[in-house]
Design a protein. Structure first.
Length: 229
């Protein structure tokens, strides 16, 4: 099979793993600094995900890397699905719905974290093809930040984190809307950079790994993206 196909499959597998893990975090009230949020952060750093956010993409052409990524992220998806299913099956017993699903996931978390760290480390060993894209994904990334900041508010899980973190989560939600609306109206790179910096701070303190990584990508690539693209 062509390496492009493997890259495509591994990218889809990473996205699915991130979505399912995020759903598990929602239902398990895990919007805190813990193994799940660390895992989510590490998943956002994987090469296929990074290439979705970058203009200067660095595509790994070695099929072995993508096969390993597919296997590990598929296992994360499988573990998340089973954990979510256990939560749903125990909805009638409030004392069990969180504990059974969380125990199942956390029993496997250490091995998953080690596997992801290995994948991140061996990323540097493989040859990469540099591809420059003219597509600016800033609006899509801002929309994702908006959604991930809104979810804890809607589900009520915002109460499971500290008052300060909860306040910054609301600030992240509000400021992501403002940034999205003003994206085409900002006239200087410095002004837009200050908006992204605020998003970085809010997402970090509100413990939102997805928003944190996406904000950093936008901040670091502003000179590449430019204004009004």
């Amino acid at each position: 099979m062509n390496s492009k196909i493997f890259n495509y499959i591994s990218t889809i597998s990473c996205i699915i793993a991130i979505i399912l893990l995020y759903i598990f975090i929602i239902i398990s009230d895990s919007f805190n600094i813990n193994g799940c949020t660390i895992l989510l952060f590490l998943l956002m750093l994987l090469n296929p995900i990074a290439n979705l956010c970058r203009l200067n993409k660095k595509i790994i052409t070695n099929c072995l890397f993508h096969i390993l990524t597919i296997i590990i992220t598929s296992y994360i998806s499988y573990t998340s699905i089973i954990s979510i299913t256990k939560y749903i099956n125990n909805l009638n017993d409030k004392s069990l719905e969180h504990s059974i699903s969380s125990l199942y996931f956390y029993d496997r978390l250490l091995y998953i974290l080690i596997s992801i760290i290995i994948i991140l480390l061996i990323t540097f060993l493989f040859k990469k093809t540099n591809i420059k894209s003219n597509k600016d994904n800033s609006k899509i990334m801002l929309l994702i930040i908006l959604i991930t900041s809104l979810v804890p508010i809607i589900t009520g899980n915002i109460g499971s984190i500290s008052i300060i973190s909860a306040g910054f989560n609301i600030a992240l939600f509000i400021f992501s809307i403002i940034t999205f609306i003003k994206l085409k109206l900002i006239n200087t790179a410095d002004e837009l950079r200050s908006y992204y910096l605020i998003l970085i701070v809010c997402s970090l303190i509100s413990i939102n790994p997805i928003a944190f990584v996406l904000s950093i990508y936008m901040f670091s690539q502003l000179d590449v993206f430019g204004l009004h693209i």
